[in-house]
Design a protein around this ligand. Structure first.
Ligand code: TYD
Ligand code: MG
Length: 465
């Protein structure tokens, strides 16, 4: 018999180490290595399967063939369906991750009730809350009388036996994956091994029966509980539910989707009666605008197929420090460093003795390079103390040479801006054909210097008045 060895598994990324260390070499996280028996390690199967077993041939099939009709079940909650790419896919597994308390259980309770209302069989299994607590939440959400089937259970085998009874469920929600444990693995609940084995069993169930499953996973910074990252590659879709402390709105972001686009977001607002859909996010992000102050520029961005307007705020202040501060919220800090360098090198705008703070309003997060131009405009505006025109939107990518490069969907961005009452736009030259009122008044600089000159020029115009 093989000697039992112990091994250490990173609870963040699942890498197996032979000896303990403070830091995981693979993912760089600290204090995430936990001792687990080899018998339950990653890569090993259930105990019964490890003994040499003769393979059983499976039937090979073709790409064409029968597909169950209506492969998706749409919840009718527009923002959720948008993020999932049109509804939950039968036979697939979806991971919904997010910080504790962000509203994952609330969202899924609402989705469950909406689907049950359409006649689907929905099972909600909670490993975190007692039935009474879930009922209380359902009452608060006004869905207490919906036909969702409820259980408080954490053992995977028991859960599978329970849902195997009666009609096959259309959707099974497991809240949360970290509380589940299976007899197949020997480690404690919440460890990587348990989380993976449990997820594996449930995914196998989904694939073999055609039921859709949703796994809820908490993201913890400490890495004490196995992060949902270890199951990300096993599931068909990953949605992250995000929000900033102090703000009421939540963003459901598609990180992975085997059956649809990955750049969609769904926007919700948390109210005392649960999550409310926000179908026009631009109005939300521009809601608290003080248009007249220097350092603010409105960026016309895209999230998947939808344009989103958001305010970018910059504060450039003289620094008492030898190495001035650069702080960014909602954007990439290397990208800010790049825009600052281009402004210094090509436009003669100096930030070396100034602290620079950049914030994307409302706690929103931008990942598009198209925001470069709006960021540059906000920075120059703050440094010079000149407010930008209140009804102007900006978009365009800045290259290291100082040239402004075209970005996709110019027409759609302009249309959204026009709809929200903006009358001016600054955008790259040579983007697609632009038309319409705002398009004809657009300023299209070829280089960043042209934009700086235009902003500085407004000082001269003001002085002339
Ligand atoms: P919850 O869905 O339990 O979060 P998670 O499952 O992600 O841990 O939501 C918890 C928070 O949401 C809690 O702080 C209270 C708030 N909340 C509301 O503001 N309104 C509501 O109607 C509900 C049900 C929750
Ligand atoms: Mg919860």
């Amino acid at each position: 018999m093989a000697k039992t060895r112990t091994q250490f598994i990173c609870q963040n990324c699942g890498t197996v180490h032979t000896r303990w260390a403070g830091k995981c070499d693979a993912c760089g996280e600290w204090n995430t290595l936990i001792e687990e028996g080899t018998s339950g390690g990653i890569g090993s199967g259930p105990a019964a399967m490890r003994s040499a077993r003769k393979g059983r041939p499976v039937t090979l099939t073709t790409l064409s063939g029968e597909i169950e009709d209506a492969p998706r079940i749409a919840s009718g909650i527009g923002e959720l369906d948008r993020a999932t790419g049109g509804g939950f896919v039968r036979g697939s597994a979806l991971l919904v991750g997010g910080d504790p308390g962000i509203g994952k259980s609330t969202l899924l309770t609402q989705a469950a009730a909406a689907l049950a209302g359409k006649g689907h069989r929905i099972v909600y299994v909670s490993g975190e809350e007692a039935v009474a607590q879930i009922r209380l939440r359902a009452q608060r959400l006004g869905v207490a009388d919906s036909a969702v089937e409820l259980a408080a259970e954490t053992n995977v085998e028991d859960i599978l036996a329970t849902i195997a009874e009666g009609k096959r469920p259309d959707l099974v929600i497991l809240d949360s994956i970290q509380t589940l444990w299976t007899d197949m693995a020997e480690s404690a609940p919440g460890t990587v091994t348990q989380v993976r084995s449990s997820a594996q069993a449930l995914i196998r169930y989904a694939k073999s029966t055609g039921a859709a499953i949703v796994l809820v996973g908490h993201v913890t910074k400490e890495g004490q509980i196995a992060g949902p990252r270890v199951v990300e590659h096993m599931v068909d879709g990953v949605l992250y539910f995000e929000g900033e402390g102090g703000h009421h709105y939540r963003i459901l972001r598609t990180v992975k989707n085997r059956f649809g686009p990955t750049d969609e977001i769904g926007v919700f607002e948390m109210s005392d009666k649960g999550l409310r859909e926000v179908s026009n996010p631009s109005e939300l992000f521009l809601g608290e605008r003080h248009a007249k102050s220097p350092g603010a520029a409105v960026f016309a961005g895209m999230e998947g197929t939808r344009p989103v307007l958001v305010e970018i705020q910059a504060l450039v202040a003289p620094s008492p420090l030898g190495t001035p501060r650069r702080a960014v919220v909602g954007w990439d800090s290397p990208r800010l460093a790049m825009v600052l360098a281009v402004l210094e090198a090509h436009c003669g705008v100096r930030f070396a003795t100034h602290d620079v703070y950049l914030n994307v309003a409302g706690g929103y997060r931008i990942s598009e390079p198209a925001a470069d131009l709006a960021v540059a405009a906000a920075l120059v505006s703050s440094l010079t103390g000149l407010a930008l025109p209140a009804d102007c939107v900006y978009f365009g990518e800045i290259s290291l040479s100082g040239a402004i490069r075209p970005v996709a969907h110019a027409q759609q961005r302009l249309k959204e801006a026009e709809k929200l009452g903006f009358g001016e736009a600054v955008l790259p030259k040579g983007s697609e054909e632009i038309s319409g009122g705002i398009g004809s008044r657009a300023f299209q600089p070829a280089t960043l210097t042209d934009l700086v000159v235009r902003i500085a020029g407004s000082l001269r115009r003001n002085a002339d008045d």
